[in-house]
Design a protein. Structure first.
Length: 275
């Protein structure tokens, strides 16, 4: 199976303007999950929500067409798709003639499904629908309001504490201070985090310190969210847990992983102000 060091990430590449599905570079989820103790029977479900802002192709008369892309990659797919390869793949449509937007969507959906190893759902929004797209912030109580001291910048699950024995709470907590780093290039990835939680009350100051502790961590977006999910699950013992991150875009793409262990609607995919 391919590994991150074999990907085009962080390397000089030749850009092609002709459709080339071989540009997509899958990376197996299993090794990263094993490293953080995710069992074979996944303790969560959900999806990685990709948004692409740099998609264009030609119609049959040679006139450029544009659309915004949303792709839902299921969390139980065997592979993630490396982000630079996704960018290169979308760029390969630039001088490719297609019959219509439906042909573009069907082709992209099939290629992404093949790379992920599971059915991927793709939606394309044409310019007439741009004005209807939502801009919103994650709903919940902002833990960033807390005045804390910290010097811990590598993930430390021991920062997470819950008041075991107290009456369970049903709450949603949010932080805009999530930062991690690309495991290949070292470039920063900035994000906002939403945690929906039913269980003994979480110490919010400890949670904020824990989120900040990712600041020097290297990991793909999907792996960071799963690490956060697993740490909260093990340290705080909630009966219900959902973790959702909205990362800012790089290379015309943003990736927004969602993991939950109870039935919830998929997030509405509204962009935050930083996206």
């Amino acid at each position: 199976m391919t590994t991150p060091d074999q990907s085009p990430l962080g390397k000089e590449v030749a850009y092609t303007e002709q459709y080339d599905p071989s540009l997509l570079f899958p990376i197996a989820r299993a090794p990263a999950r094993a490293a953080i103790g995710v069992p074979d029977v996944l303790p969560f479900f959900g999806a990685d929500i990709w948004n692409g802002y740099e998609l264009s192709w030609l119609n049959e008369k040679g006139k450029p067409q544009i659309a915004l892309l949303t792709a839902m990659v299921p969390a139980d797919s065997p592979n993630i798709i490396e982000s630079k390869s996704f960018k290169l793949y979308l760029g390969s449509f630039a001088q490719t003639k297609l019959a219509n937007v439906d042909a573009a969507r069907a082709l992209i959906q099939q290629d992404l499904s093949d790379a992920a190893g599971a059915p991927v759902q793709v939606r394309l929004v044409e310019p007439g629908g741009f004005a209807k797209l939502e801009l919103d912030e994650l709903d919940g109580l902002l833990v960033d309001r807390l005045d804390i001291d910290t010097d811990i910048y590598s993930p430390d699950a021991t920062l997470l504490k819950a008041a075991q024995g107290e009456a369970p709470v049903d709450e949603t907590l949010v932080s805009n201070l999530l930062k991690s780093n690309c495991p290949v290039t070292g470039q920063p990835d900035w994000g906002s985090l939403q945690i929906r939680y039913v269980g003994p009350p979480i110490d919010q100051a400890g949670l904020l310190k824990y989120v900040i502790s990712y600041r020097r961590h290297t990991g793909f977006h999907e792996q960071c969210v799963e690490g956060i999910f697993m740490d909260i699950l093990r340290q705080c013992h909630p009966s219900q847990l959902a973790v959702y991150a909205r990362y800012t875009r790089r290379g015309g793409l943003d990736i927004n992983p969602f993991r939950t262990n109870f039935t919830l609607p998929m997030p509405d995919n509204a962009r935050t102000a930083r996206q």
